[in-house]
Design a protein around this ligand. Structure first.
Ligand code: CO8
Length: 266
């Protein structure tokens, strides 16, 4: 059941569903502004992720928008009010950094438009499930801007130079199928099934050993930061750490005893 993250406001920017075992679903909720991301919305999202990070019962998170729009980018009314000094002192880069460092699996369930900072939020997710009506775009160029929440750096890593250049320089969108072919999206579904599929995947991930999940996410993301040799050393260290965990012993024992493993996060 959806409830506001911040109970004190009449028009909540985010809704949360904690009714599913071991996962939390967060919904962007600014329908009148096509889920445009205000600083306040990002701050609420970061607060919610902070709470989830230390809640051992929540193993994975799904973030979604509405059926027609995931998010239409940064809130342009807010952007219009910022001059160069305002951008220098902008609080949002720090908020984006916190979203990027969220250590648990984050799945984006995307229907409709994911544009500008909306597409950048999608690229902060670890896995993207898209409805076949999804469109991804970086239209900042039309506004005399460039992506400012990591879009230039993450998009080129996700889709390669030529498509990233095309999207950022022309503002053209790509559709779900193309996004899947390029690797930006893991799966494409019917729009009415997008959230359901993302929740199912999150629930499957939630059954896995939490320490191994945390290491896997961290090591995979390092592939974007490190040269291969350094990345391989980093992987080996994480692999070694996991060899000392009770869950690793339990996983192997359960395999030989032909029973489901009971992971304890230890
Ligand atoms: N910000 C504020 N309001 C918005 C935004 C937005 N990004 N997008 C839509 N709205 C508002 C409209 O102004 C309109 O309001 P009103 O009803 O009061 O006129 C309402 O939402 C509905 O909009 P539309 O009539 O345009 O709705 P449609 O369903 O026809 O179209 C679209 C939906 C395609 C999503 C369209 O609204 C659109 O193109 N929106 C703008 C997309 C865009 O340019 N995004 C890029 C924004 S810039 C950015 O993200 C930079 C990120 C930098 C981050 C830096 C962090 C440090």
């Amino acid at each position: 059941m959806w409830k506001p993250i911040d109970m004190s406001v009449t028009e909540p920017l985010l809704l949360i569903d904690t009714g599913q075992a071991n996962i939390t679903v967060i919904r962007l909720n600014r329908p009148d502004a096509r889920n445009a991301l205000t600083t306040g919305l990002l701050a609420q999202l970061v607060n919610a992720l902070d709470v989830i990070e230390v809640d051992d019962d929540v193993k994975a998170v799904v973030i979604t928008g509405s059926e027609k729009v995931f998010a239409a980018g940064a809130d342009l009314k807010e952007m219009a009010a910022l001059d160069m000094g305002g951008v220098v002192n902008d609080r949002r880069p720090a908020l984006w950094k916190q979203i990027a460092s969220f250590p648990k699996p984050l799945i984006a369930a995307v229907n409709g438009f994911a544009l500008g900072a909306g597409a950048e939020l999608v690229m902060h997710a670890d896995i993207v499930i898209a409805g076949d009506n999804a469109q991804f775009g970086q239209p900042e160029i039309n506004l005399g801007m460039i992506p400012g929440a990591g879009g230039t750096q993450r998009l080129i890593r996700a889709v390669g130079k030529s498509v990233a250049m095309k999207m950022v320089l022309s503002g053209e969108f790509i559709a779900a199928d193309e996004a899947k072919q390029l690797g930006l999206v893991a799966e494409v579904t019917l729009p009415e099934l997008t959230l359901e599929r993302a929740i199912k995947l999150a629930q499957l991930i939630a059954t896995k050993p939490p320490l191994a999940l945390k290491q896997a996410k961290d090591v995979l993301l390092q592939a974007f930061e490190m040269h291969l040799d350094a990345g391989l050393k980093y992987e080996r260290k994480a692999f070694t750490v996991l060899a000392g965990t009770a869950d690793r012993n339990e996983g192997i024992a359960a395999f030989f005893e032909k029973r489901p493993a009971e992971f304890k996060g230890q």
